[in-house]
Write a protein that binds this ligand. Structure first.
Ligand SMILES: Cc1cc2nc3c(=O)[nH]c(=O)nc-3n(C[C@H](O)[C@H](O)[C@H](O)COP(=O)(O)OP(=O)(O)OC[C@H]3O[C@@H](n4cnc5c(N)ncnc54)[C@H](O)[C@@H]3O)c2cc1C
Length: 386
């Protein structure tokens, strides 16, 4: 007899509980090893990649089971995949990669053996991505890459950087861009971490000086990288809405508990704010379900991914602003302070989510995309292509 959804939930929960890797190490290098060991155990146990095709080591779960998967995973407080490969590069490679590229890259990415980072943004090419200037000149069967990327999340732990490079003229804009996979350890690649508000170095700047990259590392056609950008940005914006909904379900419950501990839950203003977050976390869950259903039906999350991205970005900023209010005077103590509440997690979240309305495309760009591609309003004459 085939397994029911409820039996699947219990089997998954039992695996996640029994193989839980324990407390997160403080030391950075130890933490990376701990995360990698967990991702390998998850893959080897047959519980990695809920939406991924089985051919590449994924679970290829039905709609209902993907929802169950994300809920159980969030509840168990487990490390997430490393870098941005699994959520952003993988759908692009599955759609546009050659069989050789799929065989070579996908399984090690999912198992966490090889970490990927997204090198799109440049100092003068963020929202206006087609202005990018990193060049890749052909020399026989290699490209010689020169230029700079910036704000590359997780580049300091990455093995492969999936980049956009200019193979056409500068004037060719999006028609002269190719999608290239660059070995992060190759000669000529320099990666420098950039410290952010939280004190952590979430992202990096990258310099390419005469880096030689095999032509076989190009995904899609030469000068034909732009359609791949649309696929990967769509997935980036939709990425993890279901997972975020499940995670924020837990976080909101913890915030309600914090407000209760501080004797605030009888205050009608506090109750009103909490009720607002409760509604939004439920909407996020339904949006996550809709995104999974769209990806199963059409292979793409569609332009509505901008709606979810904007929704989650505003939600997480406001939730953390409120948490800091709930802490009162303790809301200025960060994790280094011995008196910090819950080891400064709410304050860290407040600082970290300042970037939510910038990463994966700014809130202004998301609003333009929603206006034009979802609501069908006239095009903004100043709107860049990202
Ligand atoms: C936490 C974080 C992680 C990131 N990770 C990565 C990563 O892994 N890989 C990567 O490639 N990039 C990454 N980025 C970069 C991110 O994609 C860019 O910062 C973003 O696209 C904005 O680009 P910009 O910073 O150059 O700002 P700009 O594009 O210069 O924008 C400056 C301001 O002008 C506004 N603006 C620009 N054009 C318009 C317009 N047409 N209409 C209205 N307003 C407009 C913007 O909204 C913004 O407020 C990350 C950024 C952050 C904050």
């Amino acid at each position: 007899m085939s397994e029911t959804d409820e039996e699947f939930r219990l089997r998954l929960r039992a695996f996640l509980t029994s193989s839980h890797p324990g407390r997160r190490p403080k030391d950075r290098a130890d933490r990376l090893g701990w995360q990698k060991a967990w991702l390998a155990a998850l893959f080897d146990g047959g519980f990695a990649g809920p939406s991924w095709p089985r051919a590449y080591g994924g679970m290829e779960l039905s709609f209902a089971r993907q929802v169950i998967y994300h809920e159980e995973y969030a509840k168990a407080r487990l490390p997430r995949p490393l870098g941005t490969g699994v959520s952003i590069a993988a759908p692009t490679i599955i759609t546009y990669g050659t069989d050789e590229q799929k065989d070579r890259y996908l399984r090690p990415m999912l198992r966490g053996d090889v970490v990927w980072a997204q090198g799109y943004s440049e100092p003068d090419a963020g929202s206006d991505l087609p202005a990018l200037r990193t060049t890749a000149s052909r020399d026989g069967d290699v490209y010689v890459v020169n230029g700079q990327k910036v704000w590359t999340s997780a580049a300091d732990i990455a093995d492969i950087i999936f980049t956009l490079v200019r193979t056409g003229s500068v004037e060719s804009r999006q028609d002269g861009i190719s999608y290239l996979l660059i070995d992060a350890h190759a000669p000529g690649v320099t990666i420098r971490p950039l410290r952010d508000l939280t004190g952590d170095a979430h992202f990096c700047e990258i310099f390419f000086d005469d880096v030689r990259v095999p032509v076989a590392n190009r995904v899609g056609a030469e000068n034909g990288g732009w359609p791949l950008v649309r696929t990967s940005l769509g997935h980036e914006r939709a990425a993890g809405v279901m997972n975020q909904a499940a995670t924020y379900r837990r976080v909101l419950d913890e915030l309600i508990e914090l407000a209760r501990e501080r004797g605030l839950t009888s205050d009608p203003l506090v109750r009103d704010r909490l009720a607002g977050f409760e509604m939004r976390v439920r909407i996020m869950r339904y949006t996550g379900m809709r995104t999974i259903a769209d990806i199963i039906a059409r292979g793409e999350p569609g332009p509505a991914s901008s709606t979810s991205r904007l929704f989650v970005a505003l939600f997480e900023q406001e939730l953390h602003e409120f948490a800091v209010d709930v802490l009162g005077p303790y809301g200025v103590l960060d994790r280094e302070d011995p008196h910090a509440v819950q080891r400064g997690r709410w304050v860290w979240g407040f600082l970290r989510t300042r970037a939510s309305t910038i990463g994966a495309g700014t809130a202004e760009i998301q609003r333009n995309t929603i206006a034009e591609q979802v609501l069908g309003l006239p095009r903004d004459p100043g709107m860049p292509a990202r």
